[in-house]
Design a binder for this molecule. Structure first.
Ligand SMILES: Cc1cc2nc3c(=O)[nH]c(=O)nc-3n(C[C@H](O)[C@H](O)[C@H](O)COP(=O)(O)OP(=O)(O)OC[C@H]3O[C@@H](n4cnc5c(N)ncnc54)[C@H](O)[C@@H]3O)c2cc1C
Length: 390
């Protein structure tokens, strides 16, 4: 058993690390200033400029196939890079990416949607959640009715990331009520904002915010069906599945940086004539944070490894998402506690992480949904206790 990175993995990881430290981290001060003034922390044009700079170092399309100009990195490598990204407060991501299911586009759709999204000229969002269907995604109601060679969409999607910025949405709609959502009754559509949907921003406790998308007789041509008629729910689950190891990968980076802040503070903050780090109460918080961070790291890498083996990653990804999301909430809470009153102020980024990481236990499958998947796999005998080593 080998827990080390090979030379190539280390080299790619270290180049990403150097880029983020040199080019992205220095923008944090301005990001925090703007956010405190109620402005967006980073403009789209600034993000794009950073992405184009990274492209010169070869970082473009981590998950994008090479025939589309991407790096097509193994899941382990993507996970390691997302951990590096987690080290900065800036909502940075490398460019050259598109939603994983957008690669199901046919040749004409690739020209119109996929390529411009990869190039950063168009912005997409993915919409399955509705006011009456979140965890219970199979209960979606937004309908698409066939009318000649068009489909007419009616209904509402909610909590859609990028929903206020996107110029097109990948929308999962009910096309055949009788077949049911799991029986091929849903279809994914590529729907331009110009076709008539509008968005309403939703303020949240985190930086930025999702949006509701309103469809009122929005007419979409049949050529805008993504994948096959009836494949909507399947594509939706594929979209959600991808984040289940990348979300906790990002959390690892946040955890590493936040814990280092706590260690530095514990060594320098003096009370009762000695650094607070000399108290067992503080030491235990640091020890628990480091232990959980390490446990999450191996769950995440194991999930990514499962993807790279071509095995079904759902069970291991659910464990990584469940544990990683809980871990980062506990870790940031401890880091805030170690910083005392300073941790609660907006002088430091800890309160921002505290608000930001709470989302991780909710979106792309709540804690409860991950538990449902993990336990169901065992109860039905689909997975053995001990996984692939069993
Ligand atoms: C900031 C943000 C961004 C998002 N981005 C997107 C996006 O880009 N695209 C998109 O389609 N969606 C997006 N979502 C939606 C997100 O995936 C849902 O909010 C999430 O799946 C939970 O659904 P819900 O909010 O309807 O909660 P509900 O499903 O109503 O759940 C409420 C509570 O009940 C629990 N619960 C529900 N059913 C059960 C059960 N059977 N057993 C035990 N507990 C249960 C849940 O775990 C939760 O604690 C986003 C959400 C947020 C907040």
């Amino acid at each position: 058993m080998d827990f080390s990175l090979d030379d190539e993995q280390r080299a790619i990881r270290d180049t990403a690390r150097a880029f983020i430290r040199k080019e992205v981290v220095p923008l944090e001060h301005e990001l925090l200033r703007r956010e405190r003034a109620g402005q967006p922390g980073i403009e789209r044009s600034e993000l794009r400029e950073l992405q184009l700079k990274a492209r010169k170092f070869g970082f473009w399309g981590l998950a994008t196939p090479t025939e589309h100009g991407g790096m097509d990195l193994p899941a382990i490598m993507q996970s390691l890079i997302w951990t590096e990204i987690g080290h900065t407060l800036v909502p940075f991501r490398f460019g050259g990416e598109a939603d994983n299911i957008l690669f199901y586009a046919n040749a004409a759709q690739q020209e119109e949607y996929l390529k411009p999204t990869i190039e950063g000229e168009r912005v997409s969002c993915f919409a399955i959640t509705e006011p009456g269907a979140g965890s219970d995604a199979a209960n979606i109601k937004l309908s698409a009715r066939k009318d000649g060679d068009d489909w007419v969409l009616n209904g509402e999607k909610t909590f859609i990331t990028n929903g206020n910025d996107a110029d097109f949405a990948i929308v999962v709609a009910v096309t055949d009520k009788d077949k049911g959502v799991r029986g091929g009754g849903t279809t994914a559509f590529l729907v331009d904002r110009a076709m008539g949907w509008h968005s309403e921003f939703i303020a949240t406790m985190g930086p930025g915010g999702p949006a509701s998308l309103i469809f009122d007789n929005v007419r979409v041509p049949s050529r805008n069906i993504l994948g096959e008629l009836g494949q909507g729910f399947e594509l939706g689950m594929k979209w959600i599945g991808k984040g289940r190891y990348l979300i906790p990968s990002h959390a690892l980076g946040i955890g590493e940086r936040a814990l280092q802040m706590a260690v530095d503070y514990a060594n320098t903050r003096v009370t009762f004539g000695k650094p607070i780090g000399e108290n067992q109460a503080i030491q235990w918080m640091i020890a628990d944070a480091e232990t959980e961070l390490e446990a999450a790291r191996w769950l995440v890498l194991r999930a990514a490894w499962t993807v790279d083996q071509g095995e079904d990653p759902r069970h291991s990804s659910s464990m990584a998402k469940l544990y990683g999301a809980g871990m980062i909430n506990r870790l940031v809470d401890r880091v805030m506690q170690i910083h005392g009153g300073m941790g609660y102020t907006r002088e430091l980024p800890i309160e921002r992480w505290y608000r930001q990481v709470r989302l991780l236990r909710i979106y792309e499958g709540t804690d409860e949904m991950q538990r449902l998947i993990i336990s169901r796999d065992l109860l039905r005998g689909y997975t053995k206790i001990g996984g692939h080593l069993a």
